[in-house]
Ligand binder design. Sequence first.
Ligand code: GLN
Length: 484
Amino acid sequence: MDLHKLSLSKQLEGLKKGDFTSTELTSHYLNRISELDGQLNSFITVTEDQALSQAKAADDRYKTNNNFSLDGLPIAHKDIFCTKGVLTTCGSKMLSNFEAPYSSTVYEKLDKNGMVMLGKTNMDEFAMGSSNETSYFGPVKNPWNIEYVPGGSSGGSASCVSAELAPIATATDTGGSIRQPASLCGLTGIKPTYGRVSRYGMIAFASSLDQGGVIAKSAEDAALILEAMSGHDPKDSTSLKLDQPDLTNNLNNPIKGMKIGLPKEFFEKEMAPYVLKSIEEAIEVYKSLGAEIVDISLGNINLSLPIYYIIAPAECSANLSRYDGVRYGYRCEDPKDIEDLFMRTREEGFGAEVKRRILIGTYALSAGYYDAFYLKAQKCRQLVANDFSEAFKSVDVILSPTTPGTSFKSGEKTNDPVEMYLQDIFTIPANLAGLPGLSIPCGEHNGLPLGMQLVGNSLEESKLLQFAHSFQSNTDWHMKMPNI
Ligand code: GLN
């Protein structure tokens, strides 16, 4: 049986009915990984032995009818989530020897629900990038065409789900790293409201923007797992004091009469004709389902990219100061003295993009420049957030493309950081405002998938998923998978 063709809820049903065991399901994916991942490089570590023992434990629980809510379902974790006793690299040489001494809350929550970890997925170094070409462990390929990038930074998670090497994967999004790779790989990716998912044990890039979520094959699958990942965590001081939300019950409710906002600033941008066409067709689908389309304005949205490229590097420069070769991770050989130890460890342990961000961030935070750059960026960030609050007084969700186009060829943008940064032009605003956003497939161009983005008001993941699910119940873009 093609077990990898089943949705997560069908897999769960199959496990419950005893149609197949978790050991069978897990082995099926492990076999696909060993057969196909050589050409994709979507995993940094495959945790075969641990997966099979977790699967066996789930099977034993089924035998005694003592099972957990997601018992025996496989998942891949982005290598940014600490997993006790398992290599956790964040795509960096700096952590290439780091076995986490504890597990992230995300891992713990899914583990407690019985999920089986297949392995740790490749990613841009410290989650900085949009093409998964900055990983110390080599670039990841897009299963739709291996000459193209899968997007980043959660490129490994997107690549492996798209090639059906895992039914679902965790991911993180600081400026677009869940939605952009989901868009480029033809998948559904959701970044929840800031604070919804605990950041405990999720290696920090830019703490005020980072948020965990999932990349899945459908909104239905995403809802099932995101629900289990969410909820208050006393170990994360920015975790919202809210219980686990119900994200699945609302999926089938009609969206008739609900309002979709189209921000004029996004649609004024020069947009590739095929992008506009796909988005217009998606809008028609929503109209046919009874949604109302409203033109809106987000007046300060065009400031988002410059704001982000002050705040994210500033926070990263502070967060990455901990990698000094003293406490854990990579250490240079034969340091002359303590200064040499710090300097050479960081010189040798970090890649070029990470160094570029640390330099920009350190500069933006330095005495005399702090007010002019960092503080100013924070004030402007508030303006963007205010625009969204205003807009959500009159609409339910905001629709746009996720990315300026389909995937691009490996190497095409590596020498032009600004070109690369422009990949996130549509996704960054939601991070600045802390809002939930998702991407779902809505078209194709030259055999490569394309996504649309929906951004919701704070804590309205359920409504976003409802919009995504109603689209997916009436179209089949999300059903298309690459021939790998
Ligand atoms: N591409 C953006 C960056 O390089 C966003 C990355 C992310 O969301 N982690 O910073």
